[in-house]
Design a protein around this ligand. Structure first.
Ligand SMILES: Nc1nc2c(c(=O)[nH]1)N[C@@H](CN(C=O)c1ccc(C(=O)N[C@@H](CCC(=O)O)C(=O)O)cc1)CN2
Length: 300
């Protein structure tokens, strides 16, 4: 293996320390405690873990955490009523609805009912438009985490060829906008892209966000490229025992690490940065709501 392994866990800890320092300053100098409300509908086991970790890390950073756990059969009207209440609650600076929502709920409608200023996920259509036009917005947490790691690894991204494999609203599209904002030459590739291998081989920065286990092999990676693997896929791991599973990314890590200059592992790469950036966005939202200077280095 020749690539530098980008340690997302360590980087996330650094971001959380910075967030906690800003929170202390907001409390001491302005008497304000940032607050994050997380809404979980249903009992998806992975979502329950993510929501628990969000609450724990919010409290550890010195912020207020408001957790709302609703039954899977919650009606859209009841969910919208809760969001309405959070929108007007002055103690709540950030609101997040954990995805995926149960199938009977319209995710777009629910997300677009959040006050854009409190939309710490950056999924509201207003924030999508602001990001797309290069204006100040709330930036989706996973792509923001990827951008922070890339800047830390490479310094300037200007002029680099970036290929984003995946066109989701949550990762692929905002990631491409952020890379464009840093003056990369950006290609968004997807399942219908012709000669995907060749497209990937042109990338100085390769971001994999397709949700297909180990889909990108090492021979699709340009020598020296920086590879950011957003995929979190659970696959059977019979070597660990019957019925056991393990996590892999969208990139075949071992072969890609032979070729890449730097690469994020799964787990321990992009994942931990998602929650760290959520905390950062909550502090940013709190500062904006109170007309205070935004924390440096924690926004795009
Ligand atoms: N409203 C949102 N819903 C979802 C988001 C989101 O950003 N906003 N992203 C994902 C889930 N997610 C946070 O919500 C998340 C996913 C993964 C991790 C993480 O730290 N992963 C670890 C591995 C964890 C494991 O063992 O399963 C890693 O990669 O090292 C954090 C947050 C979907 N929903």
């Amino acid at each position: 293996m020749s690539a530098t392994i980008i340690d997302g866990k360590a980087f996330a800890e650094k971001v959380r320390t910075q967030v906690a320092a800003h929170v202390t300053r907001l409390k001491d100098e302005h008497g304000i405690t940032p607050g994050l409300a997380v809404v979980l509908v249903g009992e998806d086991p992975a979502s329950e873990v993510y929501v628990r970790n969000k609450g724990k890390q919010t409290l550890e950073a010195g912020m207020n955490s408001f957790e709302h756990k609703l039954p899977a059969e919650t009606s859209e009207a009841d969910l919208l009523a809760l969001i309405d209440q959070l929108n007007t609650d002055p103690a709540v600076h950030g609101i997040l609805v954990q995805l995926p929502l149960p199938a009977h709920l319209n995710s777009d409608l629910v997300i677009n009912s959040i006050d854009p200023a409190k939309d710490v996920d950056g999924f509201h259509i207003s924030n999508v438009g602001l990001l797309g036009t290069g204006q100040k917005s709330m930036v989706p947490c996973t792509p923001l985490g990827c951008l922070m790691m890339l800047r830390e690894q490479l310094g300037s991204l200007s002029g680099l060829n970036a290929v984003v494999v995946g066109r989701s609203n949550i990762v692929g599209k905002p990631m491409a906008q952020l890379l464009l904002g840093d003056s990369c030459t950006v290609t968004i590739a997807h399942s219908r892209t012709r000669d995907l291998a060749e497209v990937c081989r042109r990338a100085d920065i390769l971001v994999a966000a397709v949700g297909r286990p180990e889909m990108i092999p090492g021979d699709w990676v340009k020598p020296g490229a920086t590879v950011i693997d957003v995929g979190i896929n659970r696959i059977p791991a019979p070597e660990k025992g019957e019925g056991k599973m393990r996590l892999v990314g969208d990139v075949a890590f071992a072969s890609a690490a032979e070729v890449a200059g730097a690469i994020t592992p799964v787990p321990g790469g992009v994942g931990p940065m998602t929650i760290a950036c959520l905390l950062a966005n909550t502090v940013t939202a709190c500062c904006r709501a109170n007309g205070l200077a935004e924390p440096e280095g924690l926004t795009a």
